[in-house]
Structures are given as C-alpha cells and as structure tokens.
Ligand binder design. Structure first.
Ligand code: HEM
Length: 509
C-alpha cells in the first residue's frame, strides 16, 4: 500500500516537474512568432474590425517582412498565423492531437454554437458529435440514399435555367446555385419531405444570421460592455435567434414524432423512409454529461450542417463554372470526357459514372486550389506548450492557417495563379490526397483532426452538378465581357461580380 502511494506521488511529481520545466524552459528559450507594432487596445480593436479577406491580405504582406509565422493581438488574445505548408503539416498532422482543440467560444457563439462540432473542445463530446455525423450521415452508403433528392434538385435547377435562358438573355446563376446546395442539405438534415415553401422560410432565417455575421462579431469584444453600448445590436441578434427557433424547432419536433410513431410500428412513411441528420441527433448521448442533446443543441447542430455546407459549396461551384466559361477549351475537353463515359445521346450523368471521370475531378480540385472558399480555417488552440519551427506556441494559444497561400505556393505549383486542371493528371491524377496526410500541398478543407468532415459530400455535390450542368448546357461568356475573377468577402470568398453567362441546351429537352 505504502509503496503504491510512493509510486503515485513520484509519478505525479514527475509530471508536474516536466510541465513546469516545459513552461519555464520553452518560454525562456523560445519566443512567440514575431508581431508587428500596434497600439495596445486600439490596435486590437482595429484587427477585430477587419474582414477575413482584409486580414488575409494584411497577414500576407506581414509575412514578407516577418516570415511565415506571425502573431497578431486580435481582440483580447494573441493569434498565431501560419502560412508555410511544412509547418502546417508539422502542426496539424504530426502533432494533430496538440493542435486539435478550439479556443473558448465567444459570447455570441455561446448562444448559437453551444455543443456544435466546430466549436466543441477536443474531447469525448466533440468525438461523439463528429463520429455521429461522419458514420451515420456522411458515410458513402447513407449518402447514396439521398441520390433521389440530388436528382430532384438538379432537375429543378435545369428547369430554372431553361426558363431563364429561353429568350437568350444571360443568366446570373449564383442565387440558383445557392438555393440548390441549400435544398440538398435541408433534405439530409430534416428528411426529404420538406416543402418548398418551408425550405424558403429556413433559408431566409439562416441567411439573415449569416449575412449579419461580421456585424454581430463585434459584440464579442468585451461582451459586458457591448451589452450596454451595443444593446440594440444584441437585441437584434437575439431576435434573429428567436426567429430561427420558430422556424426550425417545429421541423425537429416533426421528426421526433415520426420516430416515435415508427417505434410504435405505425410505419408512417412506408418503405421510403430515409434516416435524416436530426433522427441521429435525437438518439445521441453526450458522453461527458451522460445525457441526450436538448432541442436547442439539435438546432445548433442543424444550423452548423446547413451553413457549413451551403456557402462553401456554392462559392466553389460558382468559381468552377466561371473558369469553364472563361476557358471554353477546358469546357469542351470535359464534355468529351463526360460523353465518352455516359454514351452519346445520354442526357444525365449518374453518380456511379463520376468515378470514371479523372478530368472532372481534376477541374474540381483545381477550382478548390485556385479559389479556396475559406481563406482561414476555424481557429485552433494548442493543448500544451509546443515549439513549432523556431517559435513557441503557448498552451491555449490560438492558431490559424493561411489556406490560399498553401495552394498558391510556387515551390509546389507551377504558375500557381493559372487555372490548369491538367496539373492534377500529371503523375498523381485521381490519387491526389486532399486530406494532406502524406504532405500538405493545399488544404481547402483544412487537415488533421479538425479537417472538414463534409469534404466527401462536397466533392460529390461539386462533381455531380458540374458534370450534369456541362452535359445539359453550353456555357458561354456574354459578348465583349471579360470574365472578372475579382473577389469579395461574404461568409466565404465569393465573386465580386457574380457569374452571368449565356446558357443554352445542348440536347433538346
Ligand atoms: C466546398 C465545401 C466545403 C469547404 C471548402 C469546407 C471547408 C472547411 C474548413 C476549412 C473547415 C475548418 C477546418 C479546420 O478548422 O481545420 C471546415 C470545418 C467543418 N466543416 Fe466544412 N467545408 C465544406 C463543406 C462542408 C459540408 C458539406 C459540411 C457538412 C455537411 C461541412 C461541415 C463542417 C464541419 C461540421 C466542420 C467542423 C469540423 C470540426 O471542428 O471538427 N463542411 N470546413
């Protein structure tokens, strides 16, 4: 007994001493990455007010002077930005567990983001929430069960384009892409019986929150003060949250009722029943607290699912289609590949055909490399003091990664700002590893433990829609218009002047 006690004491003492030595030694021998001079408090607020796009440009010019790792004092905490792909690999893949955490949620996230996957600390709750999404909803056989929903959404989109292009006018496509991508996720989230009117209601309430995202962000700087000084904005934010609850909670309750009826063997939806994300969340247990999710937490997870996948995929789809309009020879080459696989005269690309089209995949990858919709990943936090390169990343320090810079690195990519899908066919072809597990060459979905769990679904949506939209329509630039690739920041990086193109049917409907 006494011996065990002694062993226990010496082990604890050993761990404590090691942590102490780490802290003292590392912080003495290694410093934080360099920071530019800014006036305290005022400088912090100024950084906080910048959009991600402005921040990204400012960091890029600081990287020229200070190197690929810099520290900025944003709001109340220092944030370290990493622009070098080897350092990103060292952090996210080789030290994945150390960089797998998130910083504590901001005041607004505590209202709308509680127990979301993206905001959860690295630990059992996060693991359970993430595993539920990936293995219950995003696994390939479950994704297949939503094939009919994708077909339905695609047909609607094609009918819309038929209608809008009937008199030969150019079509502004982005809103139609956005609605299509949103519908796909609504069906996966709440089941495939949601009516069009209801989808529009959900879209409106979600958009209002997304569009005001950066206005609400300022509420997080010194919340106790902002609750007094910016009380009208706080009221607006809380009202929007209430509107979300009014629209979405009834859908969650409907799924709950359906589930109970099924359990009582009432076979409500017959054989057509398809498991939805909400159904899986109703069953989920949080291991930390040993309880089920409450309605508001399910609502937060639905919001995350809908918003995480809509703007990102829409932005990528628009950038890809824009490049196919800008470079007709790439569009032509893709069309040849599609026709060869589906057969002459066939009007639809089936999902099973997508895997046989390496050039299609190369186009989608090139679109994500050249125009990554997210320029920074979500903030990561270190679980312990660690030295990266020559600098200290302190325990709980916030760390982020310059996504576009990884994919535009001229040491890896020849002529990186050009749109050349062929680069993915040379040597690596279909085998290109988007997860970065062997080496990070680009990271549009992040990398490591916190990598986007929706990347497979996003790739499927992009390949399916690009292939079908090219098989069905010829896409042409408006005469005299030079396709403009200027960017602007919304929730993601989107086209400043959205794509407006002549669309005409290739095959008579
Ligand atoms: C082209 C489409 C998409 C892009 C470019 C994208 C990009 C990203 C990025 C950069 C991250 C942050 C990774 C990090 O913090 O290291 C992320 C996280 C996440 N994404 Fe996506 N995403 C896309 C589609 C989707 C879809 C379709 C879904 C859901 C169905 C989704 C759900 C999520 C979730 C839940 C997280 C948080 C993961 C975690 O914290 O563990 N995303 N995504």
């Amino acid at each position: 007994m006494e011996l065990w006690f002694l062993i226990l004491i010496s082990l604890s003492l050993g761990f404590f001493l090691k942590a102490l030595v780490n802290l003292v030694f590392l912080s003495q021998t290694h410093k934080l990455p360099p920071a530019p001079f800014t006036f305290p408090i005022i400088g912090n607020i100024l950084w906080l007010r910048k959009s991600t796009y402005e921040l990204e440009r400012a960091i890029r010019s600081l990287n020229q002077k200070l190197g690929p790792m810099i520290t900025l004092h944003i709001g109340s905490r220092p944030v370290i930005f990493i622009a070098d792909r080897s350092l990103a690999y060292l952090a996210l893949i080789q030290n994945g567990a150390v960089f797998g955490n998130r910083p504590p949620a901001h005041a607004t996230s505590r209202v709308i983001g509680s127990n979301q996957i993206s905001t959860s600390f690295y630990g059992p709750n996060w693991r359970a929430l993430r595993r539920n999404l990936t293995s219950e909803i995003l696994n390939p056989s479950r994704v297949k069960t939503f094939g009919h929903a994708r077909k339905w959404v695609l047909n609607n989109l094609k009918n819309q384009f038929d209608l809008l292009s009937k008199n030969g006018d150019p079509v502004r496509v982005v809103d139609h892409f956005q609605y299509a991508m949103f519908c796909l996720l609504v069906f996966m989230c709440f089941g495939d019986k949601v009516e069009d009117k209801k989808i529009k209601e959900i879209e409106q309430v979600e958009r209002r929150m997304v569009v005001n995202h950066s206005r609400f962000n300022i509420l997080n700087f010194w919340p106790s003060l902002s609750k007094i000084v910016l009380r009208k904005r706080w009221a607006e934010f809380l009202q929007l949250r209430k509107d979300q609850e009014e629209v979405i909670l009834p859908l969650i309750r409907t799924r709950k009722r359906l589930k109970e009826q099924r359990l009582r063997n009432l076979n409500v939806e017959g054989n057509e029943y398809v498991l939805s994300y909400v159904d899986t969340l109703l069953d989920l247990q949080l291991p930390d607290e040993k309880r089920k999710l409450n309605e508001l937490e399910i609502l937060n997870l639905c919001n995350e699912f809908l918003n995480g996948g809509t703007d990102t995929t829409t932005a990528a789809l628009q950038w890809i289609m824009t490049n196919l309009v800008k470079y007709p020879q790439i569009q032509e080459k893709l069309l040849l590949e599609i026709k060869e696989v589906v057969g002459e005269g066939e009007e639809v690309v089936k999902e099973d055909d997508l895997g046989k089209m390496p050039y299609l995949k190369a186009i989608v990858l090139e679109g994500l490399r050249r125009h990554p919709p997210a320029r920074l990943v979500l903030p990561h936090a270190a679980t312990t003091d660690i030295v990266l390169g020559e600098f200290l990343i302190p325990k709980n320090g916030t760390v982020n990664f310059m996504v576009a810079d990884m994919g535009w690195d001229s040491k890896v990519w020849d002529d990186p700002m050009a749109f050349k899908p062929e680069r993915f066919l040379d040597g690596e072809g279909e085998a290109f590893d988007i997860t970065g597990s062997r080496e990070i060459k680009m990271m549009p979905f992040g990398a490591g433990r916190r990598m986007c769990p929706g990347y497979g679904l996003a790739m499927l949506h992009l390949e399916y829609f690009v292939a079908n939209l090219i098989l069905s329509f010829e896409w042409k630039a408006v005469d005299g218009d030079d396709i403009d690739l200027s960017e602007k920041q919304e929730l993601t990086i989107v086209m400043k002047n959205p794509l407006c193109a002549h669309i005409s049917r290739r095959v008579a409907a």
